[in-house]
Design a protein around this ligand. Structure first.
Ligand code: NAI
Ligand code: MG
Length: 362
């Protein structure tokens, strides 16, 4: 059965950068004779204006068939005029839940080509090569009970619950250890075991899994506040950072700053493997819809292109093709290819399609 890929460009710069990622994906499909079926489907605010639905029926059916989704961006702030029910139905959160995505992986690398450019030297750090594995289905964003209640004295109280089951921790940790085996063989598990019960459980479960199945991988435990400090001071020390939903959200955005621009950072969100070994997944740039530059054709498509590389790696099982795409991106940057977000004053600037050309040429 071929791998079924559904592309949802979505809002703002989403369709612009996804178009370049699809050019690269189709090129690799032809070059490596990969069995992919690629469908481009309407989704997002323009679709809502045209059809009254963020996710029309045909798109909904395509998502049902998809092994992998190549996602652009969802402009959730731009949806305030829509009915709340439609907003909820078409949200990225709803899509994550539907696909049962439990782990979000964000590689953060600093590009040597940019390290050597002086203003970037101040904003980036040389030789960073780390990846977050953020647990995506549990923790404080989903825990029950939740809500806003009225207390006896008349004031209101907002409640969220931070909870993790052993199973949720094990499946995220197992993915992180396996990922580390293909990298530098080191996992840093991040929690607040000192003050949070679910954090204490997290630490025990990760330690036990390491002892039972992954003793070849180096494991250390770190408190989340210390991790925030170390990402600033010594980010080169990290290989794989395994953490929960809340800390992963914050720390992975903090680490994104190391790379110099959001336009360089891809991500993948994966479901647990089915009994036949296949998993469903969603690949997207870390950035959003960038309304300030949308429609101008100037957005940097490298985050989307690198997301397509992750799709080749984790959904298509085409490691060689994934590496070729990553190498082509690095080569284009080394040759001086720049979009506006990473250009120095006076440097020649490529538009979105021009950067796609620069990668395809390599
Ligand atoms: P954003 O990531 O869209 O933009 C932040 C800044 O980075 C802007 O100045 C933008 O121009 C720049 N930027 C982002 N991607 C770029 C690229 N590829 N090339 C060049 N410059 C780029 O975040 P913001 O402005 O906070 O949010 C805008 C909208 O995007 C909101 O509605 C938000 O909800 C949504 N969003 C969606 C995400 C998703 O679909 N996963 C993730 C983050 C935000
Ligand atoms: Mg975030």
């Amino acid at each position: 059965r071929p791998l079924h890929v559904v592309a949802l460009g979505g809002d703002g710069i989403g369709p612009e950068v996804t178009a370049q990622a699809l050019r690269v994906l189709r090129h690799m499909q032809a070059r490596h004779a990969l069995p992919l079926v690629i469908e481009e489907m309407p989704y997002g605010n323009a679709t809502w204006r045209a059809t009254g639905r963020l996710v029309p029926a045909a798109t909904d059916a395509a998502i049902g068939r998809a092994d992998a989704i190549l996602f652009g961006a969802a402009d959730s702030l731009g949806r305030s005029a829509m009915p709340a029910e439609e907003r909820a139905r078409g949200s990225l959160l709803a899509l994550r839940r539907r696909l049962n995505l439990f782990a979000n992986i964000r590689p953060v690398r600093t590009e040597r080509a940019l390290d050597e450019v002086s203003p970037f030297k101040a904003r980036t750090l040389r030789g960073v090569d780390l990846a977050f594995v953020r647990e995506l289905s549990g923790g404080i964003y989903f825990g029950e009970p939740r809500g806003i209640e009225r207390l006896e004295d008349g004031q209101r109280r907002g409640i969220n619950t931070h909870s993790y089951t052993e199973e949720q921790v094990v499946r995220a940790a197992r993915f992180a250890f396996a990922l580390a085996r293909g990298r530098r063989g080191r996992v840093t598990s991040v929690d607040k075991a000192n003050v949070m019960e679910a954090g204490a459980l997290w630490r025990q479960v990760v330690g036990a899994l390491h002892h039972d199945e992954f003793r070849d991988v180096a494991l250390d435990h770190m408190l989340a506040d210390t991790c925030a400090l170390m990402l600033n001071r010594d980010p080169q020390r990290f290989d794989v950072i395994l953490t929960d939903n809340l800390f992963g959200d914050l720390l992975s955005d903090a680490a994104a700053g190391l790379a110099g621009s959001l336009g360089l950072l891809p991500s993948a969100s994966l479901s647990p493997p089915a009994p036949d070994g296949r998993r469903r997944a969603l690949y997207e740039p870390v950035h959003g819809s960038a309304p300030d530059i949308a429609g101008k054709g100037i957005a940097n498509p490298l985050a989307a292109i690198l997301s397509a590389a992750l799709l080749l790696r984790w959904s298509a099982g085409a490691e060689a093709a994934a590496r070729e795409v990553e190498a082509a991106v690095s080569a284009a940057l080394s040759a001086g290819a720049r979009c506006a977000d990473i250009a120095l004053p006076g440097e020649a600037v490529l538009d979105t399609a021009g950067m796609g050309d620069a990668v395809l040429a390599r």
